[in-house]
Design a binder for this molecule. Structure first.
Ligand code: XMP
Length: 326
């Protein structure tokens, strides 16, 4: 039988032994795994750890504040936020093809991470200083899956933003490598990681970039961000967060339809709600949502987000649909 206290003590000792007096870095994504891994490493080696949070401009409303305030301040962990939204938006200009988007985002992530690392070394001011260790929130199922080499990996290029830039040479610190998600959540709670982060539903590394169908630009992102915030607020208010695995909110930026809002004709964009129930994201079913919750979300989005005049529900299981639209 395992207890969270035992696991924490054991991992802390192991991390100290591995790292010694060297510097450690971690790319925080705002998700459960990297947040808990960083908290463990911080408990072990304190300020030897620096976390980078790369704001790629594809985050949801409030997400950056959640990491900076709720996480970094509460935990006393050094987190350097790097605003790279201009860089990512520049790289995404004119791209609509899903794999091209994913590749562009993955590439810019690696570059941002390299720049951040160089800056940190320069600031440390030590001649020939180097950072040897990189924290990764790898879980046991991740280890099994990569060993399994299943074909599913070819369906989409998953860029685990917060993951390892492949051409960087680091020794990995992976304190969650033997654990499952529920154990990681328990450890996070014990370490005082805020509930908002510990209980978070999955969110893809490429963020809203793969939920704008069409071109990813600031305007489209703002529209989607506003609709997404409303959907999340109402799902939480309706007590649906446990039942729903995740609910991507998708903007069909390349599609317009005619509507009537206020006293005039509109020619706006549809928003798709994609609530799914799942055990492991390998397969999923669309969640049978209460009609009144759907109605509330639809009314609010079309009232509060000017560019949206239609809300549609995705009723496709996985397979044949994937959870994300791109
Ligand atoms: P799909 O769309 O393939 O998604 O059914 C399965 C799960 O993976 C998440 N997802 C990603 N997570 N980087 C990630 O870290 C990615 O590039 C990525 N693409 C999809 C998706 O949200 C779902 O939970």
């Amino acid at each position: 039988t395992w207890s969270t206290g035992n696991i924490i003590d054991e991992q802390v000792a192991k991390i100290r032994e591995q790292v010694g007096d060297d510097l450690v870095i971690c790319a925080l994504s705002g998700g459960v795994d990297s947040s808990v891994a960083a908290a463990l490493v911080h408990k072990a080696v304190g300020d030897q750890l620096t976390c980078f949070f790369i704001d790629h401009g594809l985050l949801r409303e409030g997400e950056r504040e959640q990491v900076e305030q709720d996480y970094a301040s509460t935990m006393g962990i050094k987190v350097v936020t790097i605003d790279e939204s201009e860089r990512f938006l520049g790289a995404l200009e004119g791209i609509t093809e899903p794999e091209a988007k994913r590749k562009a985002i993955g590439r810019e992530f690696i570059r941002s991470f390299e720049d951040a690392q160089r800056k940190l070394i320069a600031e440390a001011g030590v001649e020939g200083a180097d950072i040897k260790f990189l924290v990764q929130g790898t879980l046991y199922p991740d280890v099994v899956e990569s060993g399994g080499g299943e074909g599913a990996a070819n369906i989409k290029s998953h860029h685990n933003v917060g993951g390892l830039p492949e051409d960087l040479k680091f020794e990995l610190v992976e304190p969650l490598r033997t654990l499952f998600k529920d154990e990681v959540r328990a450890i996070g709670r014990e370490l005082g990681v805020p509930e908002k982060i510990v209980a978070r539903q999955p969110f893809p590394g490429p963020g809203l970039g793969i939920r704008v169908i069409g071109e990813v630009n600031k305007h489209n992102l703002d529209v989607l961000r506003a609709a997404d915030a409303i959907a999340r607020e109402e799902l939480t208010a309706a007590g649906m967060d446990e039942e729903i695995w995740q609910c991507p909110v998708v903007l069909l930026a390349g599609v317009r339809s005619v509507g009537v809002q206020g006293d005039g004709r509109t020619y706006g964009h549809p928003i798709v709600l994609r609530p799914v129930s799942s055990e492991d994201a390998m397969t999923a079913d669309w969640t049978r949502m209460p009609y009144d919750v759907l109605a509330k979300i639809s009314n609010r989005i079309t009232n509060e987000v000017r560019e949206v005049n239609r809300v549609v529900l995705d009723v496709t299981s996985k397979p044949p649909g994937t959870i994300e639209w791109e």
